[in-house]
Write a protein that binds this ligand. Sequence first.
Ligand SMILES: *Cc1c(COP(=O)(O)O)cnc(C)c1O
Length: 358
Amino acid sequence: MYPRIIFDGEKLIQNYKNIENKLKDKKIDLALVTKVICADPNIIKIFEENGAKLFADARLDNILKMKKNGIKGKFMLLRIPMISELEKVIENVDYVLISELKTLKKLGEISSSKNKKIKVIYMIDLGDLREGVWYKTSLNELIRASKVKGITLEGIGTNLGCFGGILPDENNMKEIVLIKNKFEKNTGIKLNLISGGATANLPLVEKNKLPIEINNLRIGEAIFCGTDVTNNRKVPGAVQDAITLEAEIVEIKDKPSIPVGNIGLDAFGRKPTFEDKGIRKKCIIAVGEQDIDPKGLKPKDKSIQVLHSSSDHTILDITNCEKEYDIGDIISFEMSYSCTLKASTSEYVKKIYNKPNK
Ligand SMILES: *Cc1c(COP(=O)(O)O)cnc(C)c1O
């Protein structure tokens, strides 16, 4: 049945070990970020068997899914929680990222009533403009956070590269260390965990430029996709085809490269643009925007060009292909992070799990 994604357990573990070794050398703990594959327990089990102990996800539902399926380890909630989910957070999560005192106080109240302490990582915004207290005024808020009853302020963290595309660098990483030091000096409380970021921090690790105070990174993309979209690179030593997509050809026809008639907007309200290359050989594969991000589809046959998708169809230009494709043939793709996320999420895409060899 197609479309389907194929998880290559051997390659996933190869990527995991690659990152784990890079971090182990620097005494940085690895939180495996599971959201891009919707924390699929069939896959997470493979990581667990290969030594993963800390699992991080943005969605509480994904954490619950892992726990229900017997994954053992510690769990970190990445998306700052909704007040309405705090009860469940306390029952199921070991580390929680927080950026609001109001949420923290509520968390403390519920924790106390349940006699359960949860470890909090307070988030600092170092300039990317997603979650976190603005770095310049963070000290005051951190001090207030440390006084909230019922919780343990385990550390501080930051997230870069996600909204503003801001790259982690020596300056912003030094800034978080500065905040840690100021806080500790001011309060006498030690922050055990300094979570410096995600895949985009790896170049600093490789170049030995991440401050030693940073002892945790939360990594997803580098392990599942082998890429680092923020730094626009492939991660050294990681492979990009641990997860692949297969889709089936349902039509092959020679057609013009420019549509005929007055051009309005496409199915998603976008204005399509076209280059006149004359008559081209094109095929339709049975997969669409509901399942993939066409911009993130990378055909293994390099002479295929992905043209466009609507909800359920994707159109490919196969004019330059050496292979004679036929109706019913299967086309294979590597995928970007966003495409992997969509394909994992789509219930119309079958999942095939290939276990590691050992
Ligand atoms: C998604 C996410 C990560 C993981 O990012 P990658 O680029 O996939 O390594 C880390 N931290 C937070 C807060 C996230 O939401």
